[in-house]
Ligand binder design. Structure first.
Ligand SMILES: [Zn+2]
Ligand SMILES: [Zn+2]
Length: 427
């Protein structure tokens, strides 16, 4: 039994006398009592909340009313992160925001919400929304696959999602739940044959050879990987790399567990004690870059535009790239053109970090990252200007082939020995 599960419903019940206006706003919200009655969640709340409040604490409240309160909380609550003022510590709380709760759910939503320090929720469009389009939010974990999301939504929110992402077995081309076909020489992907079945148990089949796998087997496999991941912990990249290798022939490279592991690795390399960015090997730095890019490939589809996770991943991506480019410059092993191309690529990523995290409260760790990225961007732009005017001796000379290729732009009639020499000098 969860000892304090009754606390929030009790606080809500007290609003009746203490803040009648808030009480009526809350009670106007959907509780789905009829859909919830008899479910596992209902029975748990019957014991932990209703019976506890009425029996143990002698609260004079109607049973159905208490169920309505727990229902309103279950159906409408947002899981929100809040910062402990003056610290970087974050904790999760349940917040009821009546206006936000009216937004429809979509497993790839078009809004982004942030909780400010004063507990105000700010909702902004995370990507362009056409006139007449629905404004959508997500009530489940965006980095989980369709079956898991739909089960979570059915359990906690009492509806079967049939959004564009759920409807498409490939999850908008990401293959986020897909397995690799094990039939010799096939190379196909095993996908759910009907993701919208209410029981979520439609068979899975290869998109090429039609080889079938039972839904329960897929579920068991996902659970097994989940437990192995928990066991591996988040302190040893070698363990995660081992799991990635182990499942590379079983899970699609963009399967949510594979992407999840790459997400973990992208944060391990460069951040864990003993894995500081300037001490890890070149191979490990390149691995960090690769993991960030693979994660971004999926996020660009399911969480495009203004997104916290995209912002943080782009930040992780920029650092090793900048370090590598500056390292090559220090060793005079890069041409000016290549160096500028790399610096401008990093500049693009940093601008996107600022774009993605600009609405995060300054007291949050994301707000912190945004501030650092903003300052780094100013410094980087100054550096780019400096690099443009540095003497040639700091760089590898441009390859001769490139010079001749560039001079070919001129027409053959113009080509004389004199003009050729001049163009070589200009390079
Ligand atoms: Zn959906
Ligand atoms: Zn196959």
């Amino acid at each position: 039994m969860f000892m304090y599960e009754f606390m929030l419903p009790l606080r809500c019940f007290c609003l009746k006398d203490m803040a009648p206006k808030k009480w009526s706003t809350m009670m106007a919200m959907e509780s789905h009592n009829d859909l919830r009655r008899g479910t596992e969640l209902w029975n748990r709340e019957q014991v932990n909340v209703v019976d506890y409040l009425r029996g143990k604490l002698k609260v004079d409240a109607d049973e159905e009313l208490l169920h309505s309160i727990t229902g309103i909380l279950d159906v409408n609550c947002h899981e929100v992160r809040s910062n402990i003022p003056g610290t970087k510590e974050q904790y999760f709380i349940r917040g009821v925001y009546p206006l936000c709760a009216m937004m429809s759910h979509f497993c790839s939503n078009n809004t982004h919400h942030t909780l400010m320090d004063d507990m105000t929720m700010v909702v902004i469009a995370s990507r362009p929304i056409k006139k007449g389009d629905q404004i959508t939010a997500t009530y489940t974990h965006i980095l989980s696959a369709t079956t898991e999301r739909r089960k979570h939504l059915r359990y906690g929110k009492f509806f079967d999602c049939a959004c564009e992402r759920c409807r498409d077995p490939t999850e908008m081309g990401t293959y986020f739940g897909a397995l690799k076909c094990s039939q010799p020489g096939c190379g196909g992907s095993i996908l759910c044959t009907d993701p919208l079945v209410a029981t979520n148990d439609a068979p899975w089949a290869c998109d090429r050879c039609k080889y079938q796998v039972a839904a329960v087997t897929v579920e068991r496999l996902n659970k097994m990987v989940y437990w192995e991941l928990r066991e591996a912990g988040e302190e040893d990249p070698a363990k995660i790399e081992g799991l990635l290798r182990k499942y590379q022939y079983v899970l699609h490279p963009q399967h949510f567990h594979m992407v999840g592991m790459k997400h973990t690795l992208s944060q391990m390399y460069g951040r864990l004690p003993g894995y500081a960015l300037n001490t890890i090997s070149d191979a490990q730095r390149r691995r960090k870059v690769e993991c960030c890019r693979d994660l971004l490939k999926v996020l660009d589809v399911i969480d495009p535009g203004i997104s916290r996770l995209r912002g943080l991943t782009l930040y992780e991506l920029h650092a090793p790239l900048l370090l590598e480019a500056n390292g090559a410059f220090q060793r005079t092993s890069i041409t000016r053109r290549e160096f500028l191309t790399k610096l401008r690529e990093v500049e693009g990523y940093l601008s996107l970090v600022v774009y993605c995290l600009q609405h995060e409260p300054l007291s949050s760790s994301e707000g912190d990252v945004c501030k650092i990225a903003r300052n780094s961007l100013v410094e980087l732009r100054k550096w780019i200007t400096t690099v443009t005017s540095l003497p040639d001796r700091h760089f590898l000379p441009e390859e001769v082939e490139k010079v001749t290729a560039a001079s070919l732009v001129r027409s053959d009639e113009d080509l004389t020995l004199e003009s050729l020499l001049r163009s070589l000098e200009e390079q």
